[in-house]
Design a protein around this ligand. Structure first.
Ligand SMILES: *[C@@H]1O[C@H](CO)[C@@H](O)[C@H](O)[C@H]1NC(C)=O
Ligand SMILES: *[C@@H]1O[C@H](CO)[C@@H](O)[C@H](O)[C@H]1NC(C)=O
Ligand SMILES: *[C@@H]1O[C@H](CO)[C@@H](O)[C@H](O)[C@H]1NC(C)=O
Ligand SMILES: *[C@@H]1O[C@H](CO)[C@@H](O)[C@H](O)[C@H]1NC(C)=O
Ligand SMILES: *[C@@H]1O[C@H](CO)[C@@H](O)[C@H](O)[C@H]1NC(C)=O
Ligand SMILES: *[C@@H]1O[C@H](CO)[C@@H](O)[C@H](O)[C@H]1NC(C)=O
Ligand SMILES: *[C@@H]1O[C@H](CO)[C@@H](O)[C@H](O)[C@H]1NC(C)=O
Ligand SMILES: *[C@@H]1O[C@H](CO)[C@@H](O)[C@H](O)[C@H]1NC(C)=O
Length: 347
C-alpha cells in the first residue's frame, strides 16, 4: 500500500507470458465451446493474447474472471460472483449450444453439477469474443452485442469502458482477495463522482473525495488514450477527472483505473513492447494521502502518516480488533480491570 507515496511514477516491469502453441487463440468462442479447470487451456485468450477470461487460480480453487496476462502477476480486471467462495477444481465454463454462458461445478455427491449463469441474458447468444480491450462480449445472430463484461465493472474500468450514472466500482478486500472490500466509487446521477466507505449511507459527510462535477456529465469514461472524463451523453469531450493529463496515442498501451483495496482510486498505464515486456506506470491517484481515506483505519482509531506510510493507532482504552490487520479498527480493552475503573470513579 505504501508504494503510491514513494513516487508518482513508479515503474514495474513485468514480462508478458507468451502464448504457448497449445493455446487456442481463436477469436470467436463458438456455441458448445468450453474450458475446464483441469484441462489446458483454462481460459479464452483475446486475439493478441493480452487479456484472458476463464479460470484463475485462487487459494485451492479458482475464480472466474478476466485478467491482463502479465508476469510475475496477472492483473485481474473483472470477477464473476466475487463474493462466492472460489470454485473447486473440476468446474467448467461453457457457451452452451443454447447460447448461455454457464459455470458448472461438480462435487463428489452431485454428478449433475451446479450451474450458474455468468451472463444474465434473456435471448440466446450466437457466439462470444474475448476482445483485446479486455471486454468479454456475447453476440446474437445479428452480431449485436447482447452482454458485455464492460457493462458490469467490479473494481476496475479499462480504456473504452464507461461507468454510467448510478454505477459504482467496489474495491476488493485485498490485493489477493477479490471479494468486495471496504470502499466504493459512485458515479452519481447528479454528475458528481464520489468516494465513500462502503458501510455508510453515502451522504456528503461520508464522502472522502469527489470531482465536484455537478451537472457536467452523466457518466465516467476512460478513453483509449488514458483520459478519464466525465461526459455528457452527446458530448465527445468532457471534464477531466485528473488535471494535467498528457498521454499520447499509443496502440500498445492499456489504461486501467481501479479503486484499490486501500480506498485509493488509481489510474495506471501498461505499455508493452514488441518483446512482450510490460511497463506499468501509476499516472494519477486520489486522494493523495492514505489518511484522507475515511475509515481506512476502522472504528476507534486514528490514522497518521509517518515516512509516507500510514499508521493506524487505537484510541486510549481500546485495542486492535485483529492485531495482524491494523486497519480493521479497535475495540474496548476488556482486559482492563473494570472494578478498578469503578473504584476510581466512585472515590
Ligand atoms: C479453438 O476454439 C474453437 C472454438 O472455441 C474450436 O472450435 C476449435 O476447434 C479450437 N481449436 C483448437 C486447435 O483447439
Ligand atoms: C467432475 O467430477 C465428477 C464426479 O467425480 C465427474 O463425474 C465429472 O466427469 C468431472 N467433470 C469434469 C469436467 O472433470
Ligand atoms: C476475502 O474477503 C472476504 C471479505 O472480507 C472474506 O469474507 C473472505 O473470507 C476472504 N477470503 C479469504 C480466502 O481470505
Ligand atoms: C467535494 O470536494 C470539494 C473540494 O475538494 C469539497 O470542498 C467538498 O466538500 C466535497 N464535497 C463532498 C460531497 O465531498
Ligand atoms: C451536460 O448536460 C446537462 C443536462 O443535459 C447540461 O445542463 C450541462 O450544461 C451539460 N454539461 C456540459 C459540460 O455540457
Ligand atoms: C481522449 O480524450 C482527450 C480529451 O478529451 C482527447 O483529446 C483525445 O482525442 C481522446 N482520445 C480518444 C482516443 O478518444
Ligand atoms: C508506445 O509505448 C512503447 C512502450 O513504452 C514505446 O516503446 C513506443 O515508442 C511508444 N510509441 C509511441 C508511438 O509513442
Ligand atoms: C489492556 O488492559 C490491560 C489491563 O489493564 C493492560 O495490561 C494492557 O496493556 C492493555 N492493552 C493495551 C493494548 O493497552
Amino acid at each position: 500500500m505504501a508504494f503510491a507515496y514513494a513516487s508518482l511514477f513508479l515503474l514495474v516491469i513485468c514480462i508478458y507470458k507468451p502464448a504457448s502453441s497449445q493455446q487456442n487463440h481463436s477469436t470467436s468462442i463458438r456455441l458448445g465451446s468450453s474450458i475446464s479447470t483441469n484441462v489446458q487451456p483454462t481460459s479464452w485468450r483475446s486475439p493478441s493474447g493480452t487479456f484472458a477470461s476463464g479460470f484463475y487460480p485462487q487459494g485451492s480453487g479458482f475464480i472466474v474472471g478476466i485478467w491482463l496476462v502479465c508476469k510475475p502477476a496477472d492483473i485481474i480486471t473483472w470477477t464473476a460472483y466475487r463474493d462466492d467462495p472460489p470454485v473447486p477444481s473440476n468446474a467448467t465454463l461453457e457457451l452452451t449450444v443454447n447460447g448461455k454462458l454457464l459455470l458448472r461445478t461438480y462435487s463428489a455427491n452431485n454428478e449433475a453439477g451446479e450451474e450458474k449463469l455468468i451472463a444474465r441474458i434473456e435471448k440466446s447468444a450466437s457466439n462470444a469474443r474475448m476482445l483485446d480491450s479486455g471486454n468479454l462480449v456475447l453476440y446474437n445472430e445479428y452480431s449485436d452485442a447482447i452482454w458485455e463484461s464492460f457493462k458490469f465493472p467490479t473494481d476496475t474500468i479499462l480504456g473504452g469502458q464507461n461507468l454510467y450514472a448510478g454505477g459504482e466500482l467496489l474495491s476488493s478486500a485485498s490485493t489477493t482477495n477479490f471479494s468486495t472490500g471496504r470502499f466504493h466509487l459512485k458515479m452519481q446521477s447528479d454528475g458528481n463522482l464520489v468516494l465513500y466507505p462502503i458501510d455508510t449511507i453515502d451522504t456528503s459527510v461520508d464522502a472522502y473525495w469527489n470531482t465536484t462535477t455537478f451537472a457536467s456529465g452523466t457518466h465516467l469514461y476512460l478513453n483509449y488514450t488514458g483520459q478519464l472524463l466525465i461526459l455528457n451523453n452527446t458530448l465527445a469531450s468532457g471534464t477531466p477527472v485528473f488535471s494535467s493529463d498528457s498521454e499520447s496515442e499509443n496502440s500498445s498501451t492499456i489504461y486501467r483505473a481501479t479503486l484499490e483495496y486501500d480506498g485509493i482510486f488509481r489510474l495506471y498505464s501498461h505499455n508493452f513492447d514488441s518483446n512482450g515486456a510490460y511497463t506499468t506506470s501509476l499516472m494519477h491517484y486520489a486522494p493523495k494521502s492514505q489518511c484522507e481515506v475515511k475509515s481506512f483505519c476502522g472504528l476507534n482509531s486514528c490514522c497518521t502518516m509517518n515516512d509516507n506510510q500510514p499508521y493506524c493507532s487505537c484510541l486510549p482504552g481500546t485495542v486492535f480488533v485483529n492485531p495482524n490487520q491494523r486497519y480493521n479498527g479497535c475495540k474496548r480493552n476488556y482486559t482492563e480491570e473494570l472494578c478498578k475503573v469503578a473504584e476510581e470513579t466512585s472515590s
